[in-house]
Design a protein around this ligand. Structure first.
Ligand SMILES: *Cc1c(COP(=O)(O)O)cnc(C)c1O
Length: 388
């Protein structure tokens, strides 16, 4: 199908024609490891499910279309997808990475990939000059996330693409926080888009998955080869669940957005809250850039509480509808304490340099009724006030 139809239509139809064998309207779960061959050397397009599987193919076609790239690759987790990108590199190569980075990516880069001779420099990528000065003669890749986690800073993808083009680097954007509904890095000049489909794309916190989307055929061929060689594929059932999430991504993102805005505005007026980090506010440092490179401000809101650690912990532990937990992007609201949870692996001074303190709490605003969410936060703020 051509990419002319709108996002919502592509999410439901691309890769999802009725099944040829049976007419099944919904893409079947081809729960099989292998495919019976008609004769030696003759098959019907499938041989073995690590190489390819029809259910996974459907998911990959849909995701490629939503990101505006020609090639999609699904992986068994976001980290498997990110490791897939790392396999484009060789010993001696150098990567410049934004320092506001998903903790799992930081761990893979610094604790695993360095053992294979790949070097990494972490820079504040909101300052383009820092990126430029970190590039050396071995640099092959520029890796960014925008919006960043948990402070929701914006990195200029178009400007990074310009640096990458000038220096001959591969620009990779982890687009998990925005989702393809709000931001399409390939259109801004990135070469590879990475996703943890566990988050907004799957959307129901019931399946782990990852994906890469690229437009360059040579990169796609190399990624497919290394994925088959190393084996980080999702099973058909997980691919099917993720594809079911894809169909409602647009609807969910619109409601996440409406709810996050109401929650951010509610929290900004509260005396128990010192500061609300939300890119939809005109005084957020990335607001203008977010308006340029995104189609909305997303469903994440981060707050600093008055009263430091005891207040923040009482708040994070005191909600009823916001479940205390890792992850984000599900229909249900989640609340997290970055200091010891998502960013527990970073040194205190590193956290502080990013603006994360013991008073910081991160909210993934779900699609429950926003009035109920605000009422829940209000009672939890009462607990925060009495804890300080
Ligand atoms: C969760 C997450 C990942 C890792 O994905 P998994 O599916 O948990 O392996 C990578 N990047 C970002 C931004 C994430 O939020």
């Amino acid at each position: 199908m051509a990419d002319d139809p709108h996002f919502e239509t592509r999410a439901i139809h691309v890769g999802q024609d009725a099944d040829e064998a049976t007419g099944s309207t919904i893409v079947p779960i081809y729960q099989t490891a292998t495919f019976t061959q008609d004769a030696i050397g003759t098959n019907r397009g499938y041989e073995y499910s690590r190489i390819s599987n029809p259910t996974r193919d459907a998911l990959e076609a849909a995701l490629a279309s939503l990101e505006g790239g020609r090639f999609g690759l699904a992986y068994g987790s976001g980290m498997a997808a990110i490791h897939g990108v790392m396999q484009l590199l060789s010993a001696g190569d150098h990567v410049v990475v934004c320092d506001d980075l998903y903790g799992g990516s930081y761990r893979l880069f610094t604790k695993v990939m360095t053992g294979f001779g790949v070097r990494f420099s972490f820079v504040d990528a909101t300052v383009l000059a820092e990126i430029e000065s970190a590039i050396d003669s071995e640099t092959k890749m520029l890796w960014i996330e925008s919006p960043t986690n948990p402070m929701l800073r914006m990195i200029d993808i178009t400007a990074c693409a310009e640096i990458a083009r000038r220096k001959g680097l591969t620009l990779v954007v982890d687009n998990t926080f925005a989702s393809p509904y709000l931001q399409n890095p390939l259109e801004l000049g990135a070469h590879v888009v990475a996703h943890s489909t566990t988050k907004y794309i799957g959307g129901h916190s019931d399946v782990i998955g990852g994906a890469l989307v690229v437009d360059d055929e040579e990169i796609a061929t190399r990624l497919r080869f290394t994925r088959n060689a190393s084996g980080g594929v999702p099973g058909p059932w997980d691919a099917w669940l993720t594809l079911r999430g894809v169909r409602t991504l647009a609807l969910r993102m619109r409601q996440h957005e409406v709810n996050a805005k109401q929650v951010a505005e509610f929290l900004r007026e509260r005396p128990e809250v010192q500061r609300v980090h939300y890119p939809g506010f005109a005084d957020h440092p990335g607001h203008e850039l977010a308006k340029r490179q995104m189609r909305g401000f997303g469903g994440m809101v981060t707050v600093d509480l008055v009263g430091g650690e005891p207040a923040a912990k009482a708040f994070a532990e005191g909600t009823r509808y916001f479940s205390l937990g890792e992850s984000l992007g599900g229909v249900e609201s989640l609340i997290g304490y970055p200091w010891t949870m998502s960013h527990g692996a970073f040194a205190p001074e590193v956290k502080r340099s990013k603006g994360i303190t013991e008073a910081t709490v991160r909210l993934s605003v779900g699609i429950e009724h926003a009035d109920d969410l605000c009422a829940d936060l209000e009672q939890a703020l009462g607990r925060a006030a009495s804890a300080r």
